[in-house]
Write a protein that binds this ligand. Structure first.
Ligand SMILES: O=C(O)CCC(=O)C(=O)O
Ligand SMILES: [Fe+2]
Length: 309
């Protein structure tokens, strides 16, 4: 691929030249509406599962029940459950992402939840980003109807346009301190203040069973409190990267000075590690001590089938 000034090597839906690129693409009216909404709001909601496919929701809920083992989430259940994998690889999601980003997406992680996460507001770019940035997104699928009382997803409309703040800017060394400490002590309080400072509209993801919401890499989101005790909120989130990128964990990196914790993401489509590429050339990930430790950890929990990151 040849990156030119008209397209740049950034997602075209987030490009400063978005409108002219949109016109050049000759979209259908529905595609135009979707691209405009994603560009402006940072998310789109659409009907993913039709009448013949909707039963996958109940089947996933039933089949992965035992994997929760007392926790509220199962990470990478796709490794042990074909239906979770099938939902992550839905052709309709892949084709929408191909349209919105102009290049092939691949799912690299699944998260299944049986109740609301009640997670504090964050942007997933703190956990996984790409080089160049913003070639990542989350797809949230409702496996049951979500209302205001069972801990819906929340998100700040338009927040994807905010800068992607680095560890250095927030004020911690990602490479030196434990991610659990930096996340709680620095990242979460910073985001809380940031959302107040920008007073962007907060929306709730009141999705119906079988609907999906795609969020752009930097859209700030979290989980609302569960107002009805004992209420379930079955959902699956799949995170996607895109071809021709290098991937890393910003929370554990000092990117400006080259201390980067790279990621070697699984490509769920072919169950292989996706090779890193920089400007369409292979990029060999430096096998430093921290990266090797990270890979060892991964292999350990992949084999053990653990449910935490
Ligand atoms: O489902 C939720 O409440 C939030 C999930 C989330 O933040 C994520 O999977 O990235
Ligand atoms: Fe998230």
């Amino acid at each position: 691929m040849n990156y030119q000034a008209e397209t740049l090597n950034i997602p075209w839906v987030e490009s400063p030249f978005f409108e002219e690129i949109l016109d050049r693409r000759n979209p259908t009216p529905a595609e135009r509406e979707m691209a405009l909404s994603y560009n402006k709001n940072g998310y789109v909601i659409f009907d993913l599962l039709g009448a013949e496919e909707i039963s996958i929701c109940d089947s996933i809920i039933e089949q992965i029940g035992p994997l929760y083992a007392g926790d509220r989430r199962v990470m990478d259940a796709w490794r042990r459950n074909d239906l979770v994998m099938r939902l992550a690889c839905q052709p309709k999601v892949l084709s929408v992402l191909k349209f919105l980003y102009g290049r092939d997406a691949f799912p690299f992680q699944t998260l299944n939840f049986n109740i609301g996460t009640e997670q504090k507001t964050h942007s997933d770019t703190i956990h996984f980003n790409s080089i160049p940035a913003r070639f990542m997104c989350g797809v949230w699928v409702a496996l049951e109807d979500v209302g205001t009382d069972n801990g819906p997803l929340h998100y700040y409309q338009g927040s994807h346009k905010l800068p992607i703040y680095t560890a250095a800017e927030i004020g911690f060394s990602g490479a030196s301190i434990s991610p659990d400490v930096s996340y709680k002590k620095y990242y979460e309080p910073f985001v809380e203040k940031l959302m107040v400072a920008h007073s962007l509209p907060k929306r709730l993801g009141l999705l119906k069973k079988g609907q999906a919401l795609i969020w752009a890499a930097n859209l700030f989101h979290g989980g609302e409190p569960i107002l009805r005790p004992g209420a379930t909120r079955h959902s699956q989130v799949t995170h996607y990267y895109f071809k021709d990128t290098v991937n890393y964990t910003p929370l554990s990196s000092d990117s400006e000075i080259g201390r980067i914790l790279y990621r070697a993401p699984a490509n769920i489509l072919n169950n292989a590690i996706e090779p890193a590429r920089y400007l369409d050339r292979p990029f060999r990930l430096p096998l430093n001590r921290r990266f090797r430790a990270f890979i060892r950890e991964r292999l350990k929990w992949t084999k053990a089938g653990s449910k935490t990151a």
